[in-house]
Design a protein around this ligand. Sequence first.
Ligand code: ADP
Ligand code: MG
Length: 262
Amino acid sequence: MGATTDTAATLGYLARALKAPTIGRVWEQLAVTARDEGWSHEDYLAAVLQRQVADREANGTSLRIAGAHFPAVKTLEDFNVDHQPSLRRDVLAHLATTTWIAKAENVILLGPPGVGKTHLGIGLGIKACHAGYPTAFDTATGWASRLQTAHQSGRLEHELKRLRRYRLLIIDEVGYLPFDADTANLFFQLIAARYEQGSILVTSNMPFGRWGEIFADDIVASAMIDRLVHHAEVLTLAGDSYRTRARRELLKTPTAASGGDR
Ligand code: ADP
Ligand code: MG
């Protein structure tokens, strides 16, 4: 025996009022299953709510991932740690838990081009999105131009405050392009505004010793580094570019390694 038309209409209305569309979609089918399998009322209620919560969490994650504007989809699971012996697995496993974001700590990934800094940055950003943390990704140049735009319209304070809603800011490619003194100062303000308030993940091809060249000023650079590394995990990646190494290994492989070594 199913629900009366009245009950069905009421449930539809209640699901809409709760903004819980999954409940509206699943209550009827789950009721059939519950009757067939002799579930208790409590089990049925739990099953319906469980479906709604699972859908809401999945939707939240995909909205956060879309909102982060990652330049590509790269996951930590796709990252080959054997190719990066300089990266400590226990440290990466710890970062993957995202507890550092809860504590507003930072992550700095340093190393030459092609060693996987951006890949790891995106992978950790996706973990953050899964864990419920609003995240935003951009290159250093991209962040700089956002800050310049805000500054020019007298809205820098407002913009810095708005960016606090992101629990993780990813700043990719610090050092590929040098900044003039004004832009360096805006950058410093961004780092200072987030200090102990929200996490930053930075990637750079330049060791800290050369950040004075990027920010046109050793004093600004060291004030920035000071705040960034106070509560931070600094990972220095070494080795060849993954892409050229992969290509070299492909060339080394004997043609159509027939059957392999089983
Ligand atoms: P970087 O930002 O350090 O210059 P990327 O993260 O852009 O380097 O890496 C270059 C390319 O190589 C990307 O396509 C990335 O996914 C891939 N890559 C780099 N390191 C690894 C790795 N250890 N395992 C899997 N893919 C990797
Ligand atoms: Mg990169």
